[in-house]
Design a protein around this ligand. Structure first.
Ligand SMILES: NC(=O)c1ccc[n+]([C@@H]2O[C@H](COP(=O)([O-])OP(=O)(O)OC[C@H]3O[C@@H](n4cnc5c(N)ncnc54)[C@H](OP(=O)(O)O)[C@@H]3O)[C@@H](O)[C@H]2O)c1
Length: 288
């Protein structure tokens, strides 16, 4: 039987690093620590080696198609396939509502559009019972969207990738044209680009799962909790080691029936479509 292969994106620090560490302790296979910057990635590998843990390393910038192609070719040649893919890499913008179009585009490209390239280039390598986990956010629950038209459209059960792209482009256009209305997004439009990107990520998770009908591959998204990392300025109720537990449980132990789900940091499966719920991120929690 071929060696099992797990891949974690954006794993040189933060939650991704914690996930690699726990997978190395629990997973019966090889674990790839990947990073966009090779020096930072190799430093992270050295830290794990000092603990007696031995990940494999490969450069992977999820916003760079050529980098994904190189990674794909490497995995195909070396292992033939992927058993676990954790799409963890992400970026946020400041808390202000007035981010520029360029900032918004950067956040959306990395958190959302890169997942479409990964689907195109890496999903063909997924083995038949593979598990994909997209690290979304509480910013990714549908209740983050307040614009009535988009709430209705994103709630459709036959949602297509084209609908999600139109949603994201509607937001980007509003940033470009200066017509962004902060009331369209929860919490007065704070971190709007990040919310739009993560809502799109969780929406496309459901779509990608449907497209894999007839296979045993599962694709889920989750909110990891408020975790003390560079992204939150080290504010949060979880350490990266604590935050790694539920994601690792999900890819190793979740029942096969868990498909296209949106999972909370405590492992509970939430109704992503429940737009009236208050699961949306409140910036005040950062200052409590
Ligand atoms: N921390 C929280 O409370 C929280 C809450 C909800 C969701 N999340 C999500 O959890 C995930 C991990 O975040 P974190 O808190 O661990 O943040 P973090 O410490 O800032 O780590 C983010 C990681 O993503 C990498 N990355 C960024 N752009 C990349 C790209 N184009 N290609 C490859 N890697 C890239 C970063 O690499 P560099 O070091 O090169 O920048 C870093 O390794 C993200 O998706 C985030 O949105 C976090």
């Amino acid at each position: 039987m071929s060696t099992k292969v797990a891949v974690v994106t954006g794993a040189n620090k933060g939650i991704g690093f914690g996930i690699v560490k726990l997978l190395l302790l629990r997973y019966d296979g090889v674990v790839y620590l990947t990073s966009r910057d090779e020096t930072r990635g190799k430093e992270a590998v050295t830290k794990l080696e000092a603990l007696g843990l031995f990940p494999l390393y490969h450069q992977l910038d999820i916003a760079d198609r050529d980098s994904i192609l190189r990674f794909r070719d490497h995995i195909e040649k070396t292992h033939g396939g992927i058993d676990i893919l954790i799409n963890n890499a992400g970026v946020s913008a400041g808390l202000e509502v007035d981010s520029t179009y360029e900032e918004a585009k950067y956040v959306i490209d990395i958190n959302y559009f890169s997942i479409l390239t990964i689907k195109e280039l890496l999903f063909p390598l997924l083995r038949d019972d593979a598990r994909v986990l997209n690290i979304s956010s509480d910013c990714g629950h549908l209740s983050n969207v307040k614009n009535k038209y988009w709430v209705q459209r994103l709630s459709q059960k036959d949602l297509k990738v084209e609908d999600v792209n139109e949603f994201v482009n509607w937001y980007l256009d509003s940033k470009k044209n200066g017509t962004f209305n902060r009331e369209d997004i929860a919490d007065g439009g704070t971190v709007a680009s990040y919310r739009v990107a993560k809502v799109a990520l969780s929406a496309v998770t459901i779509i990608h799962q449907k497209e894999l009908k007839g296979t045993n591959i599962s694709v889920n998204s989750m909110h990891p909790g408020l975790v003390r990392t560079g992204m939150t300025g080290e504010v949060g109720f979880y350490s990266i080691d604590d935050a790694a537990k539920v994601p690792v449980d999900l890819v190793l132990d979740a029942p096969e029936t868990l498909r296209g789900a949106y999972v909370w940091y405590d492992g509970k499966v939430l109704d992503w479509y429940d737009y009236n719920a208050d699961y949306y991120f409140k910036t005040v929690t950062l200052f409590e």
